[in-house]
Ligand binder design. Structure first.
Ligand code: C2E
Ligand code: CA
Ligand code: CA
Ligand code: CA
Length: 278
């Protein structure tokens, strides 16, 4: 069925009804999954491209339903945002990742960093800062080893408000990375004003660097921009050695992707790290 539009009014069609019912169903399932502790985190290592050693990890949320199926965060995060569930889920993600950071330090990984994705709905919530401070306090996580990843699209909206928020986050000592960098249109002055710590080059631009023969790539421009601003840079979605080589030669210090490691459960990560150090 097609959507009919007459003089600015939209009429609901049957397929739209199905779509909405599906979302509502998923929202209930997600709420129940969260309360039954069916959500969990996986951790994907981030590597130093010079030493080829792990320097940190990104926490990634997972949902396995009762019948064993995985739902992608790309599907359920928007529903968590839309329903407001992201506030509680996001707090749990932050606390769980902080606790894992503390555990890793106790196991001897003292310079290891932990990156946590923060949704804009969560970030804009009036209780975000108190929530962050409480999580740090309760878990004993060292703020300088924690990083929040916010997306570039979020960085472009309401720049004044965002700059103010980021300044307050920085006061806690927690670092900020701009995720999926290159997909939006942040200006140089804008970036400078936000005083972020790190740029994450989106996977789409990493894939591109060995694909085409064009002289200069977006990845290359992002690396130059980051270096000029004195920011840390990490390339995401690095899947093969050629990409890693090109990134290294372009001056990108850090990388994350299937070439090095897939996201893994907390216990697996600790074991993997022991193997990398041997
Ligand atoms: P993202 O933050 O850009 O995360 C990177 C995604 O790329 C992850 O997918 C990761 O598993 C995947 N990936 C890593 N290395 C490779 C690679 O070499 N090749 C390919 N093809 N993919 C790779 P995932 O875990 O499905 O997450 C998808 C998105 O969901 C994330 O994108 C992030 O925006 C969101 N997300 C995940 N966890 C959380 C969370 O705890 N909170 C919030 N707000 N969003 C989250
Ligand atoms: Ca991310
Ligand atoms: Ca990303
Ligand atoms: Ca992405």
């Amino acid at each position: 069925a097609k959507t009919q539009q007459r003089s600015g009014h939209f009429y609901f069609t049957r397929s739209m009804g199905v779509e909405i019912r599906e979302r509502v169903r998923m929202m209930h399932a997600l709420r129940s999954a969260f309360s039954k502790h069916e959500l969990f985190l996986m951790y994907q290592p981030q590597m130093d491209l010079t030493t080829r050693r792990p320097v940190g990890a990104e926490a990634l949320l997972r949902w396995r339903t009762a019948d064993g199926k995985f739902v992608s965060p790309d599907r359920f995060i928007p529903i968590a945002e839309y329903s407001g569930l992201i506030i509680d889920i996001g707090e749990w993600v932050l606390r769980t990742a902080c606790a894992e950071l503390v555990r890793l330090r106790a196991a001897g990984h003292e310079d290891f960093t932990m990156s946590v994705n923060v949704s804009q709905v969560q970030f804009r919530h009036p209780q975000f800062l108190p929530m962050l401070r409480r999580a740090l306090q309760d878990t004993g996580a060292p703020p300088h080893f924690l990083e929040l990843e916010i997306t570039e699209s979020m960085a472009m909206e309401e720049p004044d408000l965002l700059a103010q928020m980021l300044a307050q986050v920085k006061e806690t000592g927690v670092h900020i990375a701009i995720d999926d960098f290159g997909t939006g249109f942040s200006s140089l002055s804008h970036l400078q004003r936000l005083r972020v710590d790190r740029l994450k080059i989106d996977r789409a631009f990493v894939t591109e660097i060995t694909g085409s023969s064009r002289g200069s790539s977006i990845a290359e421009m992002v690396i130059q921009l980051g270096r000029n601003l004195g920011l840390s840079i990490v390339a995401e979605g690095v899947e093969d050695e050629r990409q890693a080589q090109v990134l290294y030669h372009l001056g990108c210090p850090l990388a994350q992707g299937f070439l090095f490691a897939r996201p893994m459960a907390a216990g697996e990560l600790e074991e993997w790290l022991r193997g990398e150090e041997a």
